[in-house]
Design a protein around this ligand. Structure first.
Ligand code: ZN
Length: 289
């Protein structure tokens, strides 16, 4: 079965042709310009590829409520030109195939449970820490949407007592994304995160904020595993610091087999950056029925 996958991002669009086994045969990447031009370029890539369905993992916020006329739209994004853009509807009309639509992080979560290291669990969360922070939530065998979709990258965190950075989020003074995403590190220290690997204070703060968030997610969503992805997390040793801070903050409040093996509870993605695009293949597969 030939399926199309599209991961839309603030800076680039990743398109792929693959199958129901999560195998990717062909990939195409283009920059995210204005919606008209960008969606057209993507449609031209998918045309004549004989895809049976398209799965989209989109940057947001998006509308996922199928009863809402704005279903499949990117809604209130500050990205110039993209607010109120009908993404799913455009491809449905243009490609005349079923189109599945979800957030980019939900796509990564479903990629992990379908093809990656979470095939053995029915509840997990996926967190990406990069230019932004997003959380995909998969509980009791399905992705969580609710009112909108979780925007757990913006939960408020307690400020580190040695951190006087005002925060990088225009909406909140000290939310996780504003304190710990790549741009927050760059704004606070004046250099990009990957040039700060030998500055231990950077990573002490990073672990401190991320661990707080993971404790909150663990308490609220009760996932059986937490998967971390995104550029910032690739710093060597950071995940070990996060596990340690998490264990300290949780303070044995939750007693479970999963938390007793913290190395298997908080893990990195096994899909080498392909969790999102593979998840889009699964979203395409599910759109067919
Ligand atoms: Zn925020």
């Amino acid at each position: 079965m030939i399926l199309g996958a599209l991961e839309t991002g603030g800076t680039k669009m990743v398109c792929a042709i693959g199958n129901e086994k999560g195998e990717v045969f062909e990939k195409f990447t283009c920059p995210t310009l204005n919606p008209g031009e960008t969606l057209e370029t993507i449609a031209e890539f998918f045309e004549n590829k004989n895809i049976e369905a398209l799965g989209i993992g989109s940057f947001g916020p998006v509308c996922l409520d199928k009863k809402n006329p704005k279903y499949g739209f990117v809604t209130s994004t500050p990205k110039p030109g993209w607010a109120d853009t009908d993404v799913a509807g455009f491809f449905e009309r243009r490609l005349k195939v079923p189109v599945g639509f979800d957030t980019d992080v939900n796509a990564a979560a479903i990629g992990e449970v379908t093809y990656g290291g979470c095939q053995d669990v029915d509840s997990m969360i996926y967190i990406t820490i990069g230019t932004g922070i997003g959380v995909g939530v998969y509980i009791d065998g399905r992705l969580v949407h609710g009112m909108l979709h979780p925007e757990a990258g913006h939960i408020l965190v307690k400020r580190h007592d040695k951190d006087d950075f005002e925060g990088g989020c225009p909406f909140h003074q000290s939310c996780l994304e504003g304190m710990a995403a790549g741009p927050a590190i760059e704004k606070r220290f004046g250099k990009r995160a990957e040039t700060l690997y030998d500055n231990p204070f950077v990573w002490e703060l990073e672990s401190y904020y991320i661990a707080q968030a993971l404790v909150d997610y663990c308490l609220c969503y009760s996932p059986r595993r937490i998967v971390l992805g995104g550029g910032v997390i690739s710093k060597d040793g950071l995940i070990e610091m996060i596990r340690k801070d998490f264990t300290k903050l949780m303070s044995e409040y939750i007693q479970s087999d999963e938390l007793r093996e913290i190395d298997k509870y908080i893990v990195l993605s096994t899909l080498k950056g392909e969790q999102g695009i593979k998840g889009c293949l699964k979203i395409a597969l599910d759109a067919r029925v």
